[in-house]
Design a protein around this ligand. Sequence first.
Ligand SMILES: Nc1ncnc2c1ncn2[C@@H]1O[C@H](COP(=O)(O)O)[C@@H](OP(=O)(O)O)[C@H]1O
Ligand SMILES: [Mg+2]
Length: 250
Amino acid sequence: MTPSPDDHEVAAAVAEEAGRLLVDVRAEHADLEGSALKDLGDREAHERIVALLGQARPEDAVLSEEGADDLRRLQASRVWIVDPLDGTREFSERPRDDWAVHVALWQEGRLVAGAVALPARGVVHRMDRPQPLPPRPEGPVRLAVSRSRPPAFVVDLAERLGAELVAMGSAGVKAMAVIDGTVDAYVHAGGQYEWDSAAPVAVAIGHGLAPTRLDGSPLEYNRENPWLPDLVLARAEVDDEVRGALAGLA
Ligand SMILES: Nc1ncnc2c1ncn2[C@@H]1O[C@H](COP(=O)(O)O)[C@@H](OP(=O)(O)O)[C@H]1O
Ligand SMILES: [Mg+2]
């Protein structure tokens, strides 16, 4: 079965609609904060995504951060890998806008569609609609890094590269910061799951980037254990330089 062009439309529409729901949840529940707001957002976005995918693609399996893992996905040829709310912490810190909705489609071994919605910015990035990356400004390499738990080794990497660290929440926001030219690379290690990177990686591939694991091996999805703890995603001009510095740290 070949991926349908409509799969891109489904990915984008589902990410966008779940994003709108999250914007409303945040506005309508002004009394909620912290974990109560995070839990409500996670749950509502998950339920909406599962319902929308159930209508649009009833035959397909779903792997969602918020859903109980159904291992029938391991026999399925098509699996939607979704993170209903990435950057949950930032979502709960009004008015931060660094949180995202991830919707990707894995089919027979590879990512074939994907969208990352940045609902508080009114933007949806799509695998099938690459935008040219803005020119890279002169100056040090800019590395996106977690604002709440920056991996120690990224600090070492930045030192080695003479790079500037740019802190922000959400794996999707950091990957999309490479796409929109805010930073040059996103390097992560120490922990993540397939849903944190699937849609961002699909969008990056659609933009001609070549993200991999830190050791250069392929990022593989729909495995029994969805733990996928590291990645490097860099714009072409700095890709070799970043990988060279990583090799030097190993
Ligand atoms: N060490 C770790 N172990 C597990 N998940 C991690 C992780 N570091 C980051 N993540 C996940 O990756 C996403 C981006 O994190 P960060 O903003 O710190 O870069 C978050 O997803 P969620 O917000 O969906 O939980 C976070 O939970
Ligand atoms: Mg996440």
